[in-house]
Design a protein around this ligand. Structure first.
Ligand SMILES: [Zn+2]
Length: 217
């Protein structure tokens, strides 16, 4: 893990608060993790409001999910985060939200098509929808991780969105981008518009840019 990107507890807390400010989470829903320099993982706690959350509320886990530091209980959805961080050493952070427009696609079990260039650049292509697995289960974590090998985001069937990146800031950027894209596609469909795919060569070339940026943050 020597080459893995890392963040700080402060970076995790600041991004957690940004998720609330940016309207990507409400109340205590959603959660975020960041890989720390010692290889442990900092996650947000279960059932603590973001606006009053402090550094002392954060929980530090090892990659197997054992609590190493913190008085709170870790998010019940910790396996979403740990499975991805175990599988992909080039990732440094994971975010999970129930963002409204992305979750519409999750209910439909429908990928969010990468019909806007920046989605291919920052996410790698269509945002796939994972098979339904129970919330908080190790099986859901493994299912999600299997879709993140070449993507910066995935939908959880009947549940919400997961995004990842080398840093909490990049994972947050991806969450906002995917949510905005879902909203645009929803609106275009409401207009009765035909949504045209990007040319295949653009997709292929930009997916290469995504791969490079993911491995060279
Ligand atoms: Zn959730």
């Amino acid at each position: 893990m020597a080459d893995s990107p890392t963040t700080t507890r402060e970076g995790v807390l600041a991004t957690a608060k940004r998720m609330l400010q940016d309207g990507l989470v409400e109340g205590t829903s959603g959660n975020i993790s960041g890989r720390l320099p010692d290889g442990l993982v900092c996650v947000t706690p279960s059932s603590v409001a973001y606006d009053t959350m402090t550094l002392d509320d954060l929980v530090v886990l090892d990659l197997d999910g054992n609590v190493v530091d913190g008085a709170r209980s870790p998010t019940t959805e910790k396996d979403l985060h740990l499975s991805a961080l175990r599988a992909y050493p080039e990732l440094g952070a994971v975010i999970h939200t129930h963002a409204v427009y992305a979750t519409m696609f999750a209910l439909a079990h429908e990928p969010i098509p990468a019909v806007i260039e920046e989605v291919v650049v920052y996410v790698g292509g269509d945002v796939p929808c994972c098979e339904y697995k129970g919330t908080g289960s190790r099986q859901l974590g493994d299912e999600v991780a299997s879709h993140l090998a070449d993507r910066g985001a995935a939908l959880l069937a009947n549940h919400g969105l997961v995004t990842c990146g080398p840093s909490p800031e990049q994972a947050l950027h991806n969450a906002a981008l995917v949510e905005r894209t879902a909203k645009i596609i929803w609106g275009a469909r409401a207009m009765g518009a035909t949504i045209h795919p990007l040319p295949e060569k653009v997709n292929t070339d930009m997916a290469g840019v995504y791969r490079f940026m993911r491995e060279n943050p």
